[in-house]
Structures are given as structure tokens and as C-alpha cells.
Design a protein around this ligand. Structure first.
Ligand code: SF4
Length: 717
């Protein structure tokens, strides 16, 4: 039965989708309606996804009752008691036979901070498993690893978005905000006015097209060569003596070794490897350098996105971007900096509170004895009770159902059948499990494989907090009651913890969970301990919200420059033992799955304006489906001619993982050697049937952005 939300109130909240977390008001008096709110991030704007976001609440196939797979193989409705008793009894029996680690947990970057925190605690204390990780591993892990290594702290943008407007130049690497988060583009307007927007993207994306009015420059490197491009940029900065020497000496370490490592990256070699003309490389580097404070500019930013991060060289590429930023003296200065544009709604908070394989709340390492002791104290358990480090998401999925690997999986807030690389193999691994439990709001492709499906509340139906791409902590507020028997995951974990006789306490009210999260984060890198839900409300009402770290309670009556908390955390030094940022030398390697005979094309994947992540939510919103109804492959007209492919033809795209069948979209926005597919769909048109699950050795990020492919026409339009 479709959910019929019961009107409750009007609520000032934020969009359910991406990390910009645009401010909106939900009113439930006559059906649920959305109004945009003015906030520093979105300036009163929303994209089409935000305007139509109530469509997910009223999705016709909204899950409203727990489902259990019966003997006939069908999912049949059961009571919560039956579903939870079944899960707990099965887990107890499996763990008795195979040990604690036979159960694994997979979380999501869309879960609220409270849920991300409680999920990590549930995995460690109620299940006692080390196997917990989440889909942020597919999103921000390379940026996080690079920033942690260089700065000692990973906060996507360590400055308010509004600061971007003061710069003379922005180098945007592998990010397409004009399509993925349109209200963000307002922050680029001043720099475009100064001719300083430099976009690096193999495609003529909507953002790259913004540079064509003379407001900037578009570099279109061969997929998989971003790292070489950045090594060449640093080479040029050194060769043309554009380094901020005073900054490098005062605020960095390891720079001389890095400088020596790029000696052979001449612009001509960069052109050969990347396909970017020398003159464009020089122009980009000189524009960026001229904008830096050391050369009298107003300021410059280097920003990375998934285009350069989602690679088995992702951490190295982020590191190379940071090295360029350090060379120009940008990080830790008002009006300049390096940052990564987070994608998922709570991609930032989701990686701070303990749902990662190697992490405890407060962004603490699970291998740090002092961190284990502190968090164990908050949880009221012996530190020995907390399991050790697990494995990153791709490795976790690979081990499912194998000899010695987990035989049960609980999935919360993720649709791995569509979003994980090499998706057919993921489906095989899920089918090999003895128990698959999926909690979701709709019957996603992953939920349809489950033994037990749990209907959960979503954004408009719950309170909580989200941390946006700037590290700004925001309130999500409940506007309506959930439909049918949908319940919060906080309640589900408390019920299961009770059935599994877990130690500690398991509050279900978001404000109470936040209070515990705040205490557990105290003294950690991502310190929320000065905050409560009420204080976040007050700081939002004062106009800005609050940025972590926030160890002391903010005073909402006095708004500091940029907002409460710590809007610019590096101004007084970097949180590393030396107080300096660390430059690290990195080495370029050709893409792991490089073009070759039989697979002569590059395939890259990405997002569209009208859909979000795996599309499980947005594919259920009629107006978004009307705008973007089906998957496709984009290819250049020259390539289309070679293969006798016309617009709308059904084509087969094949890689080492398999074949996808989609319609062709012929466009000169593509490089002639590169195919592009959006990844919002499952089934035979799924882009992730084709992607490579080889991972970055540091971050565990898979190679989403480049693989070798071929294309062939199947039938005419
Ligand atoms: Fe804003 Fe992102 Fe929501 Fe669009 S999807 S309205 S950009 S938060």
C-alpha cells in the first residue's frame, strides 16, 4: 500500500539529496509542499531535484511494512516482531557457528549523523563485528585520505563556500556542479566575472561550458591522466618560479622532495600523456598563480571532485592537487585554499562518526589505544570489546559469501547493486549470503534481493543533523509522520541490540543520540562536543549554522565572520604534530584498465542533473523521470560515424566486466576517444556492470572513472 503521510507541521529543513544541503521549508497543511529558504549555501535556490523532493515521500511503492522472504521465495509482509526476532535469531545462530565476523554491515553517506554514529556502535557492540563500512568509500575516500595525510584533518571544504566569491581564480578538477548541484554555481559567478574559472574535465560538461563566454578555460585531458596533468602543473610552477617560497618554508614539510619528483614532467610530455596542449597548460598555471596572494592576486582555490578522485590513483591525484595548492601558498589563508566537493547529502558527517572500517566517532582511528579507551568509556564497555579494523567497502563486498568471509549482511542507506563497481559480481556475492537484510524507504534493486526488508523513515519524517560539504552542521527537521509501519533505524538498532543482549544503552530519540555522539567526539578531530540540537537550531536561526570542530558551546547571539564554530580551521596552523602541511611525492601510472586492441575506447561515468546516486529515490519522481527517463551512452559524432551509430540507436558497450545495453546519445561534448554513461540505473543499462573494482591502495576507492571499452550498434532507433 502506498504511504499516506499524515500532515504534522511546517518545518525548516534541508534537501534530502546532495551535500550542498540547500535550505528549504516543508509545509504539510494541504499535501506536502517545498519552499526554498535563503541560506548562505543556496541563496534561496534549489535545483529540480530539490523542488520535486516530496515525490520520494509519496512514491507509489513506498515500503510501509517489514517483509520476510517466505518458503515460496516471495517477500511477504510480517510484523516488526517477527522480522526482528528472525534477524536476531539467525544472527545469533550464525555467530555461534562461524564467529562474530560472519555478520557484516554496510552503511551510507545519506544517513544522518545520529544514524551514522549509532550504526558504527551497533556493528561494534551489538554484532561485535569488525566488518563495517559504507558507500562513502565510493565517494570521498580518496579526498579524505589525501587531506588527512597532508593537513591532519579532512573537512571537504575547510572554508565557507561564500569565500570562493572573493578569489581571482578557481581550478575545478573533475567536478560538474552546474549539473550536480546548480545552486553552487552562484558562488562561481564573481570568479567567472574575472575570467578565472579553470575547469578540468574530459567532457564539455555543463560546468566546462560556463568557461566559453571568456570567463575561463577548459582543459579536457584523456581519462585517467589527471595525475600527470597535476604533476606537469607543479613542474611549470617551479620552472616559471611561481612558488610561494615564504609560505613553503614557513608552513609545509617535504616540499623539496616533491619538487625534485616532478622534474621530468615537461609540458610537452604532459601534452603527450594527457592530450592537453602546452599552451593551455601554461595558460591555466599562469592564471592560477597570478591569482595567488604571493603574486598580488585576491586569492585562488583548487577544488577536486569525483572525476579525479574515483580512481585507483585517487589519493595520489588529490595529493598532487594539494601539492600545487601548497606550492602557491593557498591552504590556511583566508580567501584561498584547497578543498574537495562532497557529493552525498551527509558524505561529510557520514565519514566522521564511526561507520568506516578503520574509524571510531570523532574521526578517531580504531587502532589508536587512547581513542579506543575513550570511546569505550562513553559506551560503558571494556576497550577490548571493540573489534579491530575491518576492510574497505569493495573488499568487504568481495568477501561476502566466500569461504571464511561474512555470510550475513545488513545494509542501511545504500543500493550497492547499482552503486558499487563491477555490479554483477556484487549481485553474485549478495546471492551467496545466508542472510541479507536491507533497510530502505523503497524497494531498491538491493532490497529486492534481501531475505528481510525493513521499511524506514526518511528525511521529511525525521529529526536529526547533517554535515554539509563545508563541514557546516545543519538540522533536519520532521514535517510529517511516516507512512504505515515505517520506523527509524535508531529504533531498529535499539530493538536488535536488546534482542542480541548488547551492552551499553541505545537511545532512539535523535537529540539524545546526538548528545552521546557529541560526547564520543570530544577531543577528536571532528569534535561536535560543544553542540546540541537546540544550539544548532539557534546557530542556523542566526544565519550560518556551525562548523566543526566545535569543542565549546557557541553563542548564537554573536555571529563571527563566516559562522559559528571553526569556519576556517587552518588559519593558525595545520593539526599535525609539526603544525605544518605535508607535501608528499606521488608517481603517475597509466590507468589500470587502459585502452587496447578490442577495447580501444575510454569509458567514464558520472551524474546527471535529474538523478541522485543510484537513482533509487529520483527514479520514483515523475517529473525527474520525464526529464531523464533512461540510461544512455554519450559518444562523439566522429566515433558514431565509425561505428555506424545514430542518435537513439540501441548499442552494446562492453568492458572486461561485461556488457550494458543503452541508447546512444551523439554529442560533440565528448572526446572522440571517450564514452560517457550516467550511473543512476540498474539492470542491463547499468554503468556499473562495466566499471572496474580495482581499488586505490590507500583509500580503497574503486576505478569508476576510466576503463577500456568497445561499442557496437545492436539495432536502429
Ligand atoms: Fe540543492 Fe543538491 Fe538538493 Fe539540488 S540536490 S536542491 S543542489 S541540495
Amino acid at each position: 500500500m502506498p504511504g499516506t503521510p499524515r500532515p504534522a507541521a511546517s518545518a525548516a529543513t534541508h534537501c534530502p539529496y546532495c551535500a550542498l544541503q540547500c535550505a528549504m521549508r516543508l509545509t504539510a497543511a494541504t499535501g506536502l509542499t517545498v519552499q526554498a529558504r535563503d541560506f548562505p549555501t543556496n541563496g534561496g535556490g534549489l535545483c529540480q531535484k530539490g523542488w520535486s523532493s516530496t515525490g520520494v515521500v509519496t512514491a507509489p511503492d513506498r515500503l510501509t511494512r517489514p517483509l520476510l522472504r517466505g518458503n515460496g521465495g516471495e517477500l511477504v509482509p510480517v510484523s516488526w516482531e517477527v522480522a526482528l526476532d528472525h534477524i536476531a535469531a539467525t544472527i545469533r545462530e550464525m555467530q555461534r557457528e562461524h564467529g562474530k565476523d560472519t555478520v557484516a554491515v554496510f552503511g551510507g553517506g545519506g544517513l544522518t549523523n545520529e544514524k551514522a554514529y549509532q550504526l558504527g556502535k551497533f556493528a561494534r557492540l551489538a554484532l561485535g563485528t569488525r566488518f563495517v563500512d559504507y558507500n562513502g568509500r565510493f565517494c570521498m575516500s580518496s579526498a579524505a585520505a589525501g587531506a588527512n595525510r597532508a593537513f591532519g584533518l579532512d573537512r571537504g571544504l575547510p572554508f565557507p563556500l561564500a569565500d570562493l566569491g572573493g578569489a581571482d581564480a578557481i581550478l575545478l578538477l573533475g567536478s560538474n556542479p552546474a549539473e550536480t548541484m546548480p545552486p553552487f554555481v552562484r558562488h562561481l559567478a564573481p570568479v567567472r566575472g574575472r575570467g578565472g574559472l579553470i575547469v578540468v574535465d574530459p567532457r564539455r560538461s555543463a560546468t566546462a561550458a560556463l568557461t566559453e563566454d571568456g570567463s575561463g578555460l577548459h582543459l579536457a585531458p584523456r581519462p585517467g591522466t589527471d595525475l600527470a596533468l597535476l604533476l606537469g602543473m607543479l613542474h611549470l610552477l617551479l620552472a616559471e618560479r611561481l612558488i610561494d617560497r615564504a609560505y613553503v618554508e614557513a608552513r609545509t614539510e617535504g616540499f623539496e622532495e616533491v619538487a625534485a619528483s616532478v622534474g621530468l614532467w615537461w609540458p610537452e610530455r604532459v601534452e603527450q600523456v594527457c592530450g592537453v596542449p602546452v599552451i593551455d597548460l601554461q595558460s591555466a598555471v599562469r592564471r592560477l598563480a597570478a591569482a595567488a596572494p604571493a603574486h598580488g592576486g585576491r586569492g585562488a582555490y583548487i577544488l577536486t571532485g569525483r572525476g579525479v578522485e574515483q580512481s585507483s590513483q585517487g589519493t595520489a591525484t588529490v595529493t598532487a592537487a594539494i601539492n600545487c595548492a601548497l606550492a602557491l601558498g593557498l591552504p590556511g589563508r583566508t580567501g584561498s585554499g584547497y578543498g574537495a566537493l562532497t557529493g552525498q547529502g551527509n558524505g561529510q558527517g557520514g565519514r566522521e562518526h564511526g561507520q568506516k572500517a578503520d574509524q571510531l566517532p570523532g574521526y578517531r582511528s580504531i587502532e589508536d589505544p587512547a581513542a579506543r579507551a575513550y570511546v569505550a568509556g562513553v559506551w560503558g564497555v571494556d576497550p577490548e570489546v571493540i573489534p579491530g579494523k575491518g576492510v574497505p567497502a569493495v573488499e568487504l563486498l568481495r568477501r561476502l559469501g566466500t569461504s571464511g568471509g561474512p555470510r550475513a549482511l545488513l545494509v542501511h542507506g545504500s543500493n550497492v547493486v547499482v552503486s558499487a563497481p563491477n555490479a554483477e559480481r556484487v549481485t553474485e556475492r549478495l546471492r551467496a549470503l545466508d542472510l541479507l537484510v536491507v533497510a530502505d524507504v523503497v524497494p531498491s534493486e538491493t532490497a529486492l534481493l534481501a531475505d528481510v526488508v525493513l521499511p524506514v523513515t526518511q528525511w521529511a519524517e525525521e529529526d536529526g543533523t547533517m554535515t554539509n560539504l563545508e563541514g557546516r552542521i545543519l538540522r533536519r527537521r520532521k514535517a510529517i509522520e511516516p507512512p504505515g509501519e515505517a520506523r527509524s533505524e535508531l529504533w531498529i538498532w535499539a530493538e536488535l541490540a536488546s534482542r542480541l543482549r548488547a551492552p551499553s544503552t541505545w537511545p532512539t530519540e535523535p537529540a539524545a543520540v546526538f548528545a552521546e555522539l557529541a560526547e564520543a567526539s570530544h577531543g577528536g578531530v571532528a569534535d561536535y562536543s560543544g553542540l546540541t540540537h537546540d544550539l544548532i537550531d539557534a546557530t542556523e536561526a542566526a544565519g550560518h549554522g556551525c562548523y566543526w570542530p566545535v569543542p565549546d558551546a557557541p553563542d548564537p547571539s554573536a555571529v563571527p565572520d563566516g559562522g559559528h564554530g571553526t569556519p576556517r580551521p587552518f588559519l593558525d596552523g595545520f593539526p599535525r604534530p609539526s603544525g605544518r602541511a605535508r607535501a608528499v611525492s606521488v608517481t603517475y601510472a597509466e590507468p589500470a584498465d587502459n585502452v587496447r586492441a578490442g577495447a580501444p575506447l575510454y569509458l567514464t561515468t558520472g551524474r546527471l542533473l535529474h538523478h541522485y546516486q543510484s537513482g533509487a529515490q529520483t527514479r520514483r519522481v515523475a517529473e525527474l523521470v520525464a526529464s531523464a527517463p533512461e540510461p544512455f551512452v554519450a559518444l562523439h559524432p566522429l566515433l558514431a560515424d565509425v561505428h555506424d551509430i545514430a542518435e537513439g540507436d540501441l548499442v552494446a558497450v562492453t568492458t572486461g566486466r561485461g556488457t550494458a545495453y543503452v541508447r546512444a546519445r551523439v554529442t560533440a561534448d565528448q572526446r572522440p576517444d571517450t564514452l560517457f554513461m550516467p550511473f543512476h540505473w540498474g539492470g542491463l543499462g547499468s554503468a556499473n556492470r562495466l566499471t572496474n573494482d580495482r581499488t586505490d591502495p590507500v583509500s580503497g576507492m574503486p576505478d569508476f572513472k576510466v576503463c577500456a571499452a568497445s561499442i557496437a550498434r545492436v539495432s536502429a532507433a
